[in-house]
Design a protein around this ligand. Structure first.
Ligand code: HEC
Ligand SMILES: [Cu+2]
Length: 313
């Protein structure tokens, strides 16, 4: 690789498509603007002062040429609009069977949480060939996760979850960085992205810390923070059961019906007054400033693991 990496490694189907888009767009822009600049030079030479040239300028209309030099670039640009929008929108439609990894950004580090409980700082290990979905939260200011080899970048915004997904195809160690100026040590908010063959990833998982799984840590918080006092099966408080909640539509007091996704669960815990479940009193206290984003992600993982017939609160 040269001193300034002009063309970073490209290791996913998505990154190849982004490269293709950029190359094609550059070709189109050059094809549209080069004739203008070439003709400026040619005409400046041919018709310069004192040169014997034919300066007659008869009216000369060619409707086909005039329409096509507007219509063809227009259609080509609309084509690029559709192509790039489709690529961008696909980033937010993860396929099923993905590996879910939680990301917490804070000044000035990245923390990655694997579902089995392994946590890592400024390093992200993922298996190749499997879609990985990142759910990201910020503990303080706006950060942005940038993994050039995958051609993905997504802001991490305090107060909400953002997400994206990718499938890395080529094993190797690449770079990741924060690409949003976030304070004094922003430039040190960098790390490595390690794509590993599935067998190596499994080995890595088993060798790294054997913390309890995210859902198990969430279960402990759920009891320790008093959630189970209202939401547990033995509770006498009129509060909804959370078993089987994830992914289901929830009717709200406002008449709206929302789907219980990650963001909804987070808001229900940190901003319980914003969306009251129909038929329940709004007595749930807020856990904002009580639970960190990391703990909230663990509780969300626990609630997601509660499936009817399997789990006990
Ligand atoms: C004082 C009792 C109480 C406590 C403590 C409590 N909740 Fe709640 N919770 C409720 C009630 C009542 C509702 C329904 C009304 C509403 O939406 O606010 C609710 C709603 C929810 C919902 C939305 C449920 C749905 O069906 O859509 C979630 C998720 C939730 N709580 C999680 C938690 C978590 C996690 C904790 C602990 C950090 C917690 N709650 C602590 C009483 C409580
Ligand atoms: Cu940052």
């Amino acid at each position: 690789m040269s001193f300034i990496p002009l063309w970073p490694a490209s290791i996913s189907g998505y990154s190849h498509q982004v490269d293709l888009l950029v190359v094609c767009f550059t070709v189109l822009i050059v094809a549209l603007s080069a004739p203008v600049f070439i003709l400026i030079v040619v005409f400046a030479a041919r018709y310069r002062r004192g040169r014997a040239a034919n300066r007659k300028h008869p009216v000369n209309r060619n409707v086909v040429a005039e329409v096509s030099w507007s219509a063809i670039p227009f259609l080509a640009l609309i084509g690029f609009y559709v192509w790039s929008t489709e690529l961008f929108a696909g980033l937010h439609r993860p396929p099923t069977g993905e590996l879910e990894i939680d990301v917490v950004a804070k000044q000035w580090m990245w923390k990655f949480q694997h579902p089995e409980g392994q946590a890592e700082i400024d390093e992200l290990h993922v298996p190749t060939g499997q879609p990985v979905k990142l759910t990201m939260a910020s503990q303080d200011v706006i950060h942005s996760l940038f993994i050039p080899a995958l051609r993905i970048k997504q802001d991490v915004v305090p107060g909400r979850y953002t997400g994206l997904w990718f499938t890395a195809d080529k094993p190797g160690t690449y770079r990741l960085a924060c690409s949003q100026y976030c304070g004094t040590n922003h430039s040190e908010m960098i790390g490595s992205f390690v794509a590993m063959k599935p067998a190596d990833y499994a080995k890595w998982l088993s060798q790294s810390s054997n913390d309890p799984s995210l859902a198990a840590e969430g279960a402990a918080l759920f009891r320790g923070r008093g959630c189970s006092g209202c939401h547990g099966p033995a509770s006498t408080v009129h509060a909804p059961s959370l078993v089987g909640l994830y992914g289901k539509p929830v009717p709200l007091q406002s008449g709206e019906v929302v789907v219980a996704d990650d963001e909804y669960l987070r808001d229900s815990i940190l901003l319980p007054q914003s969306q009251i479940v129909a038929g329940y009193p709004s007595i749930m206290p807020t856990f904002q400033n009580v639970l960190s984003e990391e703990d909230t992600l663990k509780i969300v993982a626990y609630i997601k693991s509660l499936r009817p017939g399997e789990a006990t609160q």
